[in-house]
Design a protein around this ligand. Sequence first.
Ligand code: HEC
Ligand code: HEC
Length: 451
Amino acid sequence: MKTNPALRLARHALVLLAVFKINAASAQISTNAQLSLAQTNGSTMSLNISNSGDQVWVVQSSSNLTTWTTVESVKVFNGTYHRIYTNGAKGNLFYRAFYDSMQQTIAAATTNALSLPNTNYNYASPSLPASFSVNPILAEDNTPGNDATTDAGATLGRVLFYDKRLSTNQTISCASCHVQANGFSDPRQFSIGYNGSLGTRNARWYQRKKFFWDERAATLEDQTLAPIQNPIEMGMTLGALTNRLAAEPYYTNLFAAAFGSTAITTNRISFALAQFVRSIVSTQSKYDIGVTNNFANFTAEENTGRQIFFGLNGNKATCAICHATDNFVPTTTLNNNGLEFPYVDLGVGGITGVTTQNGLFKVPSLRNIALTAPYMHDGRFTNLAQVVTFYNSGIVSGPNLSPPLIGPGGQPLRLNLTTAQQAALVAFLNTLTDTNLVTDAKLSDPFNYGN
Ligand code: HEC
Ligand code: HEC
């Protein structure tokens, strides 16, 4: 275990110094424990500890480097600890953090580990727009009879979603790739996979019930176990996972509350995660408000875009044939939207082996689409203007091109929109952003000291 050298930061009104001392009992610290210090502005210091072993770290401050006062002792509950400390009243505070084998007494009780409300948030019956309570959206709800969302079940799912213990080296949680502030998509756009946005999906409403771009997961319950076991994602075995979770007292409580007994099983993990994912629901965008007031809240440009999208006011229906309903997904069809031919990624055909399904993909909902670039299954478009340019003039012919995108004479459809109309279509897509979703506390990281 390396001992970090003392780090002196710029001398303004105060001096911040971190002395990171690793106790002699450091053999107990897992090898990937790391400390980092950064001065965030003139008067605060941010400390990050990455330590998958759940040890207790003692943070102390001093004004003279001789007498040290304990600021706090923290147990690293979720693989990482992040805190911002302010300069003391007298200024010139130094900080140090160290692992002390004598002070490993903080219990991993629910109250220490997690910031959960006394009464669970309401996940079971969220208030939904009236337009969600009638067909076809009602029929699109893929909640299975044996996994109805409960407040306690989705609360457990929320904790699991943010827990880095779900990955083998305890550094990656579902939320590492599905970041709330980015509409539950991955801001590291090209690093791992493309477009895993949950905020655009309203996963609860997809009548075909299947998940991933190529629909390789039969249900959302199945889907949740895929990234946990995927070697390039979380790389965990399910047996190791249940053992690991069983070692945390707060999980015993959460499983009991959710499922009536303390048993921690793979099935229950997948059910709770699916309940939480079904709770990531966007219903308060500018568009949703517009539905209730005949779009009086829209600008003229946004309304022009809406008419193009839905084929109103003399426009030929295009987008809404596939991105249908207020959820912007078709009820039952898979489609090819003419991105390319030959098909580089066979999509659904690659899973089913059916040639007429080559190049077919799940039609994604467009909710929060402005937050979740890049676009398409391979992330080929970096902004919505490029997407609109593609649909306007770039659709490519191919044997499985979906009929709504085939124009006269069997040629790929050309919309021939003016520049202003294309901009209006982008303006309309921007009305689908629901900023409430990206700040909603019930969907946020519940771990104390999480980051
Ligand atoms: C390493 C990054 C990464 C991690 C970790 C990760 N995901 Fe994903 N997720 C993705 C990507 C990329 C996709 C899109 C891939 C696809 O659809 O084929 C995706 C797709 C999904 C989808 C399907 C969306 C749809 O409409 O079909 C769901 C649901 C989902 N993830 C939930 C989870 C859950 C739950 C976890 C934690 C157990 C998790 N993800 C962990 C990257 C990740
Ligand atoms: C024939 C059905 C169909 C029509 C019509 C259609 N789309 Fe799509 N759309 C799809 C499919 C399928 C995908 C996913 C394609 C892929 O990634 O291979 C998609 C993807 C998208 C995406 C990217 C979503 C994401 O999460 O990356 C946007 C944005 C989009 N479409 C907007 C539109 C607009 C705007 C129109 C009208 C001009 C339109 N679509 C018309 C089927 C359609």
